[in-house]
Each structure stands twice: as structure tokens, then as C-alpha cells.
Design a protein. Structure first.
Length: 564
RNA sequence: UGGGGUGUCGUCAAGUGGUAAGACACGGGUUUUUGGAGCCCGCAUUCGGAGGUUCGAGUCCUCCCACCCCAGCCA
């Protein structure tokens, strides 16, 4: 079944363009897109938007989407990124089948097209230094000046260009430039550089080449070669469209249509490679796959599912205006996904010991618990209960405020799937006053959690039997930045890092079955949140849990309101 | 005061001259052995601003304002 974008909502502007093109018979009704990453870094959720868009459009209109590595700059690109990019795209749920391409595979063709441009008098070899080229280009307000090398003969250009290829010149000594218009109001049209000399080993072509095409020359031709119909890119390339069109038109070759959309910005995080790299380099995160990172590898490690990310990409829409999407929407998507699929389990993050004084000392029993109330097919399991258990510190308050439904001295609550318990005593440290443990009595009649006399309790709390508990490390993650901002608002450099973006808890008390949890397993710790077994630091018998996202917490809201 | 874009709810986002979808967030209610989930209700008399055209304008016209992108031999 094809993955559908906006299946029930209205078409976005790109879908509209495509539908019109299909109707008018442009490209004979074909739809062929491509996702063209440069192998110089890790994919993040912004790329996911582009991947979902390109592959989604292709699937929606019975077309194809290529994966093409845009590898025309040997200085920046490395083979190690190829695999991670492929892994991430597949993980997201998309497949390029046999259409894996590399711009570097077209180097020979690019060269031939460049020669054609020269022969037609549309390109020339220029000896200006980078600095001089900049000066000759002019400014926003002043037109540029023609390069003194602009009028070289075709033969001389041909000779020089082939000698550039042979390696007779040093970096920056010569470039091949398009001959367009040095007074164009669009700076991209002021005789842009098409080829530069780079004595550099390319990760795929090795030392075969020492001249490399620029993006503007390579990208449009790559699209043309592959028969792309709709070449979708981000807004900053709008100005480049004129050049895209110029190259293809003057070469007289197949001409795809470039369409630009706004890239994704997410609140409380940053997306630019530079800022992400800063975080890694400064050791503010543990790496590109740190569970707090918006990279796909980070989100995967955190426990985000491909389904949730695809759903998110569908919901944010596609448009041309710059915007910052609230990270709350992403969190909504993963909650909605996991609510239906995650196994429920009990885990106490900040343990408080509870002794059930009227429960027999050495008695143990097995209670039935539902694995997922949203999906009865997931069945039930047994959980051990005994005299001493742990509950969450937050679930007991000596001085409970209004609307606090949990445990307090004299109050009765339900222990989930177990019994009603009433707090009869609070044991404190004489010197510090800290609560050491609480004493409760239980009502044997309420086994399973309901009372034969119809007596109701307002609160239900989770617990883990002390004797059976499995101790584990749990990592609580929060947004990288406290402010709602993102890259695009220009404030991201000043945004303060959230110092509490990672809180590591040791010896959390989890129900015993969790000891066997394996890397990548996802659970809902009831009343707390969704957790995923870390795929790096966990080992058999020693799972480490990452908090993916908390459960919605209406008590927290009430509490915060009361505080105001 | 160069060129290219964009301005509709707190945040995304529909709307294509006929009287402002939807989602998230937020608020209220209902239900509940997760204060989870579910369900119900509320949430832009107004579309960056000002004029104009029209029986009728978020949609058309004019002027203005704000914001984003471009002066890499990066992509």
C-alpha cells in the first residue's frame, strides 16, 4: 500500500503542481523525484521531511524516487556517511530499489557538457583569483564587471579546460565560468563558476579528477540525466532556479522543474549542521546519535518510531513560508503511536519504600496485569507482590494540596492491579526529617484492585515488589533548549542549553520481567512515560532505559496552576 | 534605497471572488483500576496595514509595512 501524504486533507502546493502537470500531459504524466543528500553529515528530522515529501509524492502518484548522493565536493564528503544515510532512509520506511545514484558517476558527462558549453561560446576559462572574482561580481546594488578573460577564443578555452582536467594548474588558478550576464540583478547569473580545480582525493573517484563541477552545474544535469520531473529543494535555492533553467536550456537537454519549499524548523532545538556539530564537538551531547539530537539516529536511539516521524511529516504540511513547528506536535505523534503499541509495565523511578504492615511477612503472590488496554490481543502477565514494595516518591505527600488524589497519611489509594492500601504511619530520619518509609495496611478483600463493598478510591499508583525488583539505570531526556526558538529565528546562537536535558537515574525499581528487555524494546511505564532500551550502552541482562516522552500529565498542570 | 520569496488563531496549515477547514497547544466537561487513552464542548466577526474595484474581497487592483534568502572556486 502506498504511503499517502495528507490522505484526507487538501493537497499542498506541490501536489497541486504535479496534479496539473499530470492533467496537462507534461512529462507524459510521469512523476519522478529524487532525494539528493550530500554525504557530509548525518540525516536529521528536517531531512525526514524532504524524504517523506519526495518518496511520498512518488508513491502517491505511481512514480519513482531516486536516492542520489550529491557528491561533487571531495573536500567535504566521506564514504562513512553513505551507509548511515542509507540506513536512515530505509529505517524511515522508504526504498529506492535499484535507483541508487551518485553525482560522481556523471563526472564524465558533466565534463562533456562543459565542453559543449565552451564550444557554443557559453562558457570560458577565467584566471581571476577568488578574491578578484568576488570584486568583479559587484554587489547587490552595483553591477559586476566582465572578466578580462571573458572573450577568450573557443579554442583557447578548450585547450585551457582540458589542461585544467589534466592537472596542469594549481587550485584556484583557473575556473570554468558560464558566460551569462555580469550585470544581472540575480548574482547567481553573473558568470557563475561551473568547475573548479581541486587537487583532492574523492572518496569514490579517487584521483581520477582534479576538477569538480559546482552544485549549480551538476545538480540540474544530474536531474536531467535521471529524467527527474519535479526537482524539489528548499527555499534558499529559489535564486538558483534561473541558473538551473539556463544551464539546461542552453545545453538543450531534458528539463525537469525545480520547486522550492520551506525547510523544517523545530522548536526547542537546532537543525543546522553547524549548530549540531557544535553540540557534538563541545561535548554537550555524547555524539550524533545522542538521544537528545534531532538526527534520525538520535531519534531512533531515543525510541522514536518511523511511523511517528512519518505521521509528523504528514501533519506539518508543505508550504513556502518559514516557520517553526512546535516540538509538542512531534511528541504528540510518538505518544499516539506508542499508546496503541507499547507494552505496559510498572517501574518506579524515584523509589519510596512502603511496608504493608498487615501483610504476612513471607507471603508472595502473583497478580494479573494487562499488557495493553488499547490492545487486548497483547494479553496479560503476572507480577509479583509482597509485603515490602516501592512506590514513587511523588505519590506520597505529607501535606497534600487540594485535588491531590494520591497517598497521604490516613488516605487510601489503589495499588495498580493489587490492593487498596491505607497509610498509617510515616517513618522519618530523626536528624534530617527525610521520609524513610511509609507504613500502610491493605484490605485483603480488594485483591485485583476493586472492593466488594463498592468503596471507591480516587487514586491509583504504581509499585514494584522490593524483593523482586530489578534495578536499572533510566535516563530522562528533555528538550535540548528551553526556549521555543530554532535556527530560523536568528536567536539560536544565544539560546541557552537546557541543563536538565539529561537526568540519569540509577537503581530505579522495575518489575522483574524487564531484566530480559532487549535493545530497542519499547515500554510504557504506567503513569510515567514511554521508554526505550538504549541500543548502545545496554547489554544482555543490563538494559538501560531512555525516556522517549512523558505521558501527558494533567496533575502537573493543576499543580502549576495552584502554584500561581 | 538590486533581485528572489513570504505574511490567515499561541504553533503549524487549508482557503483559488460567495461570506474563515483541520491539527497541535490551551480551557472546560464526561468517562476511567494509568490524573494515560477515549469521548464531548469551547477556542480568528477576521486574514500584516491602508485605500480601491465588486451586490459580495483572505482571495482582484494600488500603495505601504514586516520578515526570510542571495555578493563560496559550499550544497
Amino acid at each position: 500500500m502506498p504511503l499517502q501524504l495528507n490522505d484526507s486533507s487538501s493537497a499542498n502546493f506541490i501536489q497541486e503542481i504535479i496534479e496539473n502537470d499530470i492533467k496537462s500531459g507534461k512529462y507524459n504524466g510521469r512523476v519522478h523525484t529524487r532525494f539528493p543528500p550530500e554525504p557530509n553529515g548525518y540525516l536529521h528530522i528536517g531531512h525526514a521531511k524532504s524524504i517523506c515529501l519526495n518518496f511520498g509524492l512518488a508513491s502517491q502518484y505511481n512514480g519513482l524516487c531516486n536516492l542520489r548522493f550529491d557528491d561533487t565536493n571531495p573536500v567535504k564528503e566521506e564514504a562513512e556517511y553513505i551507509d548511515s544515510i542509507k540506513t536512515d532512509i530505509k529505517w524511515l520506511g522508504f526504498d529506492w530499489d535499484d535507483r541508487l545514484f551518485y553525482a560522481s558517476d556523471y563526472f564524465e558527462k558533466f565534463y562533456e557538457y562543459a565542453v559543449q558549453l565552451i564550444m557554443d561560446g557559453n562558457a570560458y576559462v577565467c584566471d581571476l583569483t577568488p578574491d578578484q572574482i568576488r570584486q568583479y561580481r559587484g554587489t547587490f546594488k552595483t553591477p559586476g564587471k566582465d572578466s578580462p578573460f571573458r572573450s577568450r577564443s573557443v579554442d583557447e578555452n578548450l585547450d585551457l579546460f582540458s589542461r585544467m582536467k589534466k592537472g596542469e594548474f594549481k587550485n584556484e588558478e583557473k575556473v570554468l565560468r558560464a558566460k551569462i550576464d555580469m550585470s544581472s540583478p540575480n548574482l547567481n547569473m553573473r558568470d557563475p563558476v561551473l568547475y573548479r580545480i581541486l587537487h583532492e582525493t574523492h572518496y569514490r573517484t579517487g584521483d581520477t579528477w582534479c576538477i569538480y563541477p559546482t552544485y549549480d552545474f551538476a545538480h540540474c544535469i544530474s536531474d536531467s540525466i535521471e529524467g527527474i520531473t519535479h526537482s524539489i529543494c528548499t527555499l534558499e535555492f529559489e535564486d538558483h532556479r534561473h541558473l538551473y533553467d539556463w544551464v539546461l536550456d542552453t545545453l538543450g537537454i531534458y528539463h525537469p522543474q525545480q520547486i522550492e519549499f520551506a525547510r523544517l524548523n523545530l522548536s526547542n532545538t537546532v537543525m543546522s549542521k553547524r549548530r549540531l556539530l557544535d553540540l557534538v564537538k563541545q561535548g554537550l551531547v555524547t555524539g550524533w546519535d545522542d538521544p537528545r539530537m534531532p538526527t534520525l539516529s538520535g531519534l531512533r536511539r531515543r525510541g522514536y518510531t518511523p511511523e511517528a516521524i512519518r505521521d509528523f511529516c504528514d501533519r506539518i504540511g508543505v508550504a513556502k513560508r518559514n516557520s517553526i513547528v512546535d516540538v509538542a506536535l512531534l511528541e504528540h505523534c510518538i505518544r499516539e503511536n506508542l499508546n496503541k503499541t507499547a507494552m505496559r509495565v510498572m517501574g518506579v523511578l524515584n523509589p519510596l519504600k512502603m511496608v504493608i504492615v498487615n501483610y504476612p511477612d513471607d507471603k508472595e503472590e502473583e497478580l494479573d496485569a494487562v499488557n495493553n488496554p488499547e490492545d487486548p490481543a497483547m494479553g496479560t502477565r503476572k507480577i509479583p507482590f509482597s509485603k515490602v514494595i516501592y512506590i514513587e516518591k511523588d505519590d506520597f505527600l505529607e501535606d497534600p494540596p487540594k485535588k491531590f488524589f494520591r497517598l497521604a497519611l490516613g488516605r487510601e489509594v489503589r495499588l495498580r492491579y493489587a490492593y487498596y492500601v491505607r497509610c498509617v504511619d510515616v517513618i522519618k530520619d530523626d536528624t534530617t526529617g527525610d521520609i524513610l518509609e511509609i507504613h500502610c495496611t491493605y484490605d485483603p478483600e480488594t485483591r485485583g484492585g476493586s472492593s466488594p463493598d463498592g468503596r471507591k478510591v480516587k487514586g491509583t499508583i504504581h509499585w514494584v515488589s522490593a524483593a523482586h525488583a530489578f534495578d536499572a539505570e533510566v535516563r530522562l531526556y528533555d528538550h535540548l533548549f528551553k526556549e521555543k526558538g530554532s535556527d530560523s529565528d536568528g536567536k539560536s546562537d544565544e539560546m541557552a542549553l537546557n541543563k536538565d536535558s539529561l537526568i540519569t537515574l540509577h537503581s530505579c525499581k522495575l518489575e522483574p520481567g524487564l531484566k530480559e528487555a532487549e535493545k530497542g524494546d519499547i515500554f510504557q511505564f504506567e503513569r510515567v512515560g514511554y521508554f526505550c532500551v538504549d541500543n548502545r550502552v545496554s547489554s544482555p541482562g543490563h538494559p538501560v532505559f531512555n525516556r522517549i516522552v512523558t505521558l501527558r500529565d494533567s496533575w502537573k498542570k493543576i499543580k502549576n496552576r495552584q502554584r500561581q
